[in-house]
Design a protein around this ligand. Structure first.
Ligand SMILES: Nc1nc2c(ncn2[C@@H]2O[C@H](COP(=O)(O)OP(=O)(O)OP(=O)(O)O)[C@@H](O)[C@H]2O)c(=O)[nH]1
Ligand SMILES: [Mg+2]
Length: 252
C-alpha cells in the first residue's frame, strides 16, 4: 500500500462510483501513470452495472487499489464522507476527491498535490485564469456558472469554483471538520466542504484545470440534486445574514 513520498506523504484518491463500468478501468490506468505512488479507494454504491465487481478485479491485480462496497445509492456526499473517514483511519496525509467519468484528468493531479503544501485545501478550478471546460453544451455552462455566482453571492465565498469536485485536502484539514454532521448528498457537498474549510479558518487555493465532459456513461446530475443545492445554500446564506455575517466569515 501507498508508500510515503518525500514531497507529499501518503496520498489516497477517493473515487465515488455509480454505474461507471465503462470508465473505471481507463481512469484507474491513467491514475497509475500520472501518480504511481498514490492509492485509490473506489467507493461504489452497489452499482447495477457491475462497477463494484470490476473494481474488485482491479484491486486483485493492483495492491494500490481498494474498494469500499456500500449497499445503496446514497449520493456522492455520503460516499465521500465514508471514504474520508477510511482515509483518516488509514493514516493518509493527502486525500483527493475525484470523479470516475474522466472529467477530472489524472494528469492534472501532480500540480494539485504540489499546491497542497501551500494550502489547507486545493480546488482544481475551471474558473480561474487557465482553467477551461471542454465539450459542455451552453446549457451546462450556464447551470455551472449560475450555481457558482449564486453560491458566491449568498455565502460570501471568494472561491471561483465552489462547486468543483476535483480537490485535495490535507488530513489535518479533514480532521478539523465535523464530517459526521454533513447532510449534503449531491454536488452541494462540494459547497458544504468549501464552507466548512473557510469556517474552520483554513485556506483554499485554486489551481486551473481542464474539465472534460464525460464521453461514456450517464450523468447523475438531476433536478433533485440541483434543488438540494439551491435550498441549502439559501438556508446557509440567510442564516448567517440574519446574524449580520456572511456564511463564509462565520468561525466554527
Ligand atoms: N458512490 C456514489 N457515487 C456517485 C453517486 N452519484 C454520483 N456518483 C459518482 O460521482 C462522480 C460524479 O458524478 P457525475 O454523474 O459525473 O455527476 P456530475 O459530475 O455532477 O455531473 P456531470 O458533469 O453531468 O457528469 C462520478 O464518479 C459518479 O459515478 C452516488 O450516489 N454514489
Ligand atoms: Mg461528471
Amino acid at each position: 500500500m501507498g508508500e510515503r513520498n518525500a514531497a507529499t506523504g501518503r496520498v489516497l484518491i477517493v473515487m465515488p462510483t455509480y454505474n461507471e463500468r465503462q470508465n473505471l478501468e481507463i481512469i484507474a490506468g491513467r491514475i497509475r501513470e500520472a501518480v504511481p505512488d498514490a492509492d485509490l479507494l473506489v467507493v461504489d454504491d452497489n452499482s447495477p452495472d457491475g462497477t463494484g465487481d470490476l473494481a474488485d478485479k482491479l484491486a486483485e491485480k493492483d495492491s494500490r487499489v481498494q474498494v469500499m462496497h456500500r449497499t445503496e445509492k446514497a449520493g456522492l456526499g455520503r460516499a465521500y464522507v465514508a471514504g474520508f473517514t477510511w482515509a483518516l483511519d488509514g493514516g493518509y496525509d493527502l486525500i483527493v476527491e475525484m470523479d470516475a467519468d474522466g472529467s477530472h484528468r489524472p494528469e492534472d493531479l501532480p500540480k494539485l498535490l504540489a499546491t497542497s503544501a501551500e494550502s489547507d485545501a486545493v480546488i482544481g478550478s475551471r474558473y480561474v485564469p487557465g482553467g477551461t471546460v471542454v465539450n459542455w453544451p451552453v446549457s451546462r455552462k450556464f447551470l455551472s456558472a449560475g450555481a457558482n455566482i449564486y453560491t458566491r453571492t449568498l455565502l460570501g465565498v471568494r472561491v471561483k469554483d465552489a462547486t468543483g469536485g476535483f480537490r485535495v485536502y490535507r488530513a489535518e484539514t479533514l480532521r478539523k471538520i465535523d464530517l459526521s454532521g454533513i447532510q449534503s448528498a449531491g454536488y452541494c457537498f462540494q459547497i458544504d466542504m468549501t464552507l466548512r474549510v473557510l469556517q474552520g479558518g483554513m485556506t483554499i487555493k485554486e489551481v486551473p484545470i481542464t474539465f472534460v465532459e464525460r464521453e461514456r456513461g450517464a450523468s447523475k446530475m438531476s433536478r433533485t440534486v440541483i434543488l438540494e443545492s439551491f435550498v441549502r445554500v439559501a438556508r446557509w446564506g440567510i442564516g448567517a445574514w440574519l446574524h449580520g455575517r456572511t456564511a463564509a466569515s462565520v468561525r466554527k
